[in-house]
Design a binder for this molecule. Structure first.
Ligand SMILES: Nc1ncnc2c1ncn2[C@@H]1O[C@H](COP(=O)(O)OP(=O)(O)OP(=O)(O)O)[C@@H](O)[C@H]1O
Length: 505
């Protein structure tokens, strides 16, 4: 049997044993009071004891199986979410972190936190009702009314909590975005005292959470009140003959304990809101699919080409199949955007051809964009340089030497958090080394000379000249390096700066 069903079964056994203990104890207390000589006290006592033991065992079992299921489900959901990310670019990273930590866990806990509680209540109420009818239990009608009252309360909690959930989703998005923006500018807090007053606040989120908790509490209190009223009415209307019947004690005890065995089921229905929240959050994750096209090399032609949705001017140019192409222009003219659009990293407008073939939106297998702000993986130097495939140490060391990084000898040295901190120039050259080792035919390198000293610029330019004998290097730069043997240049004008955005294709 699958773990969620075991969880459910154990929860039902747990609930049922609790109810049986209640029923048998109620009868036993009354029966003892009016029992004739020779009444067998042992048997009911043993049954109650056995039920108590079964209840304890099933309670622990339910927790054990439920948590086991929860862990497996959480892992499965996170795995599926990571799979969804394959070949996608992520919009808001903070939202994804929330999704991976909190929302997946909420979704995974549905069996242990909600279904098993509800199922147990839904099964026990009719069972009790049937038993009441069959045993002609005094006050069975009150049991039916209790069931109806419980159902109405449950529906009321679900409807109200779902309305709160919608507001929670919006508040959570707002808080995540505000926090991300606020934390990103932490280095400026000492300059900008106003920031202290503009701290993101979780008050709205907390007040909604409190409303949700209050709602479940109110539902339990209402159930309790309903039981007391029914108890009073039962006592009021019960005739004297009822009190001579040991079964007459069962209903009062069941009603007294109802908030205990039914209350949790009402309270957990606010889980529906959390579940809905988590589902919405996962569904609304911002991610964009990136296609991967087969390798292609040759002359590149751009026709009225520009990054979509950015303040940049379209470009038309013919680029050689090998050599160095520099992309020049004022800061903000769109050099990085053009490189990213050619590489297929972002949507574009216009057309791009390679070897006469029209390239579709998406990445090209043998083209690689080297970002302006290098990504350093939290991994060893070796893994940073060869993240995708195994490359022999000699080749890695040679590239490091060519880039003036021969002081980095230990390829097992940890970089990033908890490891070696790198200077801006070192980060830049590690990203370039990674690109060179990837052995792509077209490299689109964003500001490679930024942050480098004159000598390093010269070394890098000479290396680029050598590589460009067999590959096409498209380099965005506003730093002129005289040693760089440029085949052709593309100059970005700022035509779009003051007017409209380059719209989506
Ligand atoms: N992610 C983005 N979304 C929307 N607009 C963007 C984005 N990134 C940049 N832009 C805008 O696109 C325009 C071109 O930016 P881009 O970074 O391509 O210029 P650049 O020439 O590389 O600048 P720099 O030399 O300063 O790095 C700018 O007006 C910028 O505000």
């Amino acid at each position: 049997m699958k773990t969620p069903w075991i969880t459910l079964l154990l929860a039902i056994i747990h609930g049922a044993t609790g109810l049986f203990i209640l029923v048998i104890s109620a009868w036993f207390i009354a029966a003892c009071a009016i029992a004739p000589a020779g009444f067998n006290y042992m048997l009911p006592a043993v049954v109650i004891r056995a039920l108590a033991l079964l209840r304890i065992a099933s309670g622990y079992g339910h927790m054990w199986a439920g948590h086991r299921d929860l862990l497996a489900r959480t892992a499965g959901l996170r795995h599926r979410l990571f799979k969804r990310l394959t070949n996608h670019r992520i919009g808001r990273k903070a939202q994804l972190a929330d999704a991976l930590s909190e929302h997946t866990e909420t979704l995974a806990s549905v069996w242990i936190a909600c279904i098993s509680q509800l199922a147990s209540a839904l099964l026990l109420l009719p069972l009790l009702l049937i038993a009441g009818v069959m045993l002609s239990l005094p006050g069975t009608i009150w049991l039916a009314l209790l069931g109806i009252g419980w159902l109405i309360l449950t529906v009321w909690v679900v409807v109200k909590s779902l309305a709160i959930a919608v507001k929670q989703v919006a508040a959570q998005h707002e808080l995540t975005e505000q926090s991300e923006a606020y934390l990103r500018c932490s280095s400026l807090w000492h300059l900008y005292t106003q920031a202290q007053h503009e701290r993101p606040t979780a008050m709205r989120l907390w007040s909604l959470e409190t409303r949700l908790n209050t709602l479940s509490q109110q539902a339990v209190w209402l159930l309790q009140a309903l039981c007391f009223v029914m108890l009073g009415l039962y006592a009021w209307y019960a005739g004297a003959e009822v009190y001579a019947n040991p079964l007459a004690m069962i209903l009062p005890l069941v009603l007294f304990a109802a908030p205990d065995w039914l209350g949790r089921a009402v309270a957990t229905t606010t889980f529906a809101a959390r579940f809905q929240n988590a589902q919405d959050a996962l569904a609304s994750l911002e991610m964009r699919k990136v296609n991967l096209q087969p390798a292609v090399s040759g002359h590149v032609r751009l026709q009225n080409f520009c990054a979509a949705g950015r303040h940049v001017a379209p470009v038309s140019a013919n680029l050689p199949s090998t050599g160095i192409v520099t992309v020049n222009g004022a800061s903000g003219a769109g050099k990085s955007s053009l490189l990213q659009a050619i590489a297929g990293e972002i949507p574009y407008r216009g057309r791009k051809y390679c070897a006469g073939i029209t390239l579709q939106p998406g990445l090209v297998e043998n083209w690689l964009y080297v970002e302006q702000t290098p990504v350093i993986l939290q991994a060893t130097l070796r893994e940073n340089l060869a993240p995708a495939r195994k490359i022999c140490d000699e080749a890695i060391r040679q590239v490091l030497k060519d880039l003036g990084l021969s002081s980095m000898k230990n390829l097992n040295e940890w970089l990033g958090a908890g490891g070696r901190s790198l200077s801006g120039g070192e980060r830049k050259r590690i990203a370039i080394a990674r690109a060179l080792l990837a052995e792509k035919q077209v490299l689109l390198i964003d500001e490679p000379f930024e942050g480098l000293d004159v000598f390093s610029c010269k070394t890098l330019a000479q290396l680029f000249n050598k590589i460009a004998e067999t590959k096409l290097l498209i380099i965005a730069t506003h730093i002129g390096v005289s040693q760089l043997q440029v085949t052709t240049s593309v100059t970005m004008s700022q035509a779009c700066q003051s007017d409209k955005l380059c719209e989506h294709a």
